[in-house]
Design a protein around this ligand. Structure first.
Ligand SMILES: [Zn+2]
Ligand SMILES: [Zn+2]
Length: 103
């Protein structure tokens, strides 16, 4: 029998709280659009293959929330560092500790 869990294709961690990037992107767009509708349009979900199904829309999840947030955070930081800080406070999937390590 196959295990009922799935690892993230990017960081290889087990995806414990599966939310697909489409659903995350939707939430992120709404939050970012308050400050920058233009930037919000750039946030796109990624289609991935995985064993785990999204809690909301039941699409397959192959990327953990942390990795997707990190990618989106990088995108925002490039265009608008101020907004990137706000984003990090709202979508804090262990981003803070990772960035602290990096600095
Ligand atoms: Zn990951
Ligand atoms: Zn979903």
């Amino acid at each position: 029998m196959r295990a009922m869990f799935n690892r993230c294709m990017e960081c290889d961690e087990i995806v414990t709280n599966p939310i697909c990037s489409e659903c995350l992107a939707e939430q992120m767009r709404t939050a970012v659009a308050e400050d920058s509708p233009k930037l919000a349009k750039l946030i796109q979900g990624i289609n991935t293959m995985g064993e785990t199904l999204c809690l909301f829309c039941h699409k397959r999840v192959g990327l953990c929330a942390h990795c997707f947030s990190k990618d989106v955070h990088e995108l925002i930081a490039e265009k608008n560092p101020q907004l990137a800080k706000k984003f990090m406070a709202q979508f804090d999937f262990e981003l803070r500790t990772k960035i602290a390590d990096f600095e």
